[in-house]
Design a protein around this ligand. Sequence first.
Ligand SMILES: C[S@@+](CC[C@H](N)C(=O)[O-])C[C@H]1O[C@@H](n2cnc3c(N)ncnc32)[C@H](O)[C@@H]1O
Length: 258
Amino acid sequence: MNKNSVVAKKKFGQNFLKDEAVLRKIIEAMPKSDNKVVEIGPGLGDLTKYLVDVKSVEAFEVDTDLCKLLQSTFKEEIATKRLHINCGDVLQAWQSSLIDEPYDLVANLPYYIATNIILKALADPMCKNILVMVQLEVAEKFCAHEGEKVFGSLSVITQSVGEAHIVMQVPPTAFEPPPKIDSAVFLIRKNADRSDEDFEGLLRVAFKQPRKTLMKNLSANYEKSILQEVFNELSLALTIRPHQVSTQDYHQLYKKII
Ligand SMILES: C[S@@+](CC[C@H](N)C(=O)[O-])C[C@H]1O[C@@H](n2cnc3c(N)ncnc32)[C@H](O)[C@@H]1O
């Protein structure tokens, strides 16, 4: 099998990034660091060939056909240890840390598991920065600010460990085959390690019905009189909606009601 005879497999979310200008912009947007690069889903190696030029890369690819192809394309880089390819499902391989040294995640992610992968990377103490291509809609959720309509639990979790912004939007024509939706590359610079399942549980309750008031959502699980007291202490209006509350106030709420 060669690169040109590969038929993209839908079940693995294969949309190969073919636009060289976009590939170069991803490399330019990489955070300056001494960390190793982890690439999830190297696919045909179009991004990988740029990555191995600047960093040593640990790659995870689930498709065994593509693994074989990558092993022959990157023989030299594998021999000189610029590249190591793990063949298998990255989610199976991921314990509390994906690898045992500090790394930056740089990838055009498989969209069907993109949110899950980013949440795992945010909770992984070895992961220091995240530069990934995902569906535009998902990128906007991770990068949203308080007050914006799409500000939700993903935005709060992200702001709890760092800063996020969209680097560029990418149209379907940049890929082969083209996906049905627009995509975006975004960067999260982590500056803290925090993974707290109880806090994330509170966020799930807080944003359960995003258009209802925060008080209404929270009172489904927490004592209303305590909530009223805490809202008062934090100067939060009883009519405030979940997307209007800052990350800092969510942490204060959590401290006071859990
Ligand atoms: C959107 S494609 C990106 C391919 C390539 N990086 C590019 O930019 O052209 C997603 C890649 O992730 C791989 N993939 C899908 N699910 C995976 C999983 N669970 N673990 C590891 N790789 C996976 C797919 O086989 C595919 O190669």
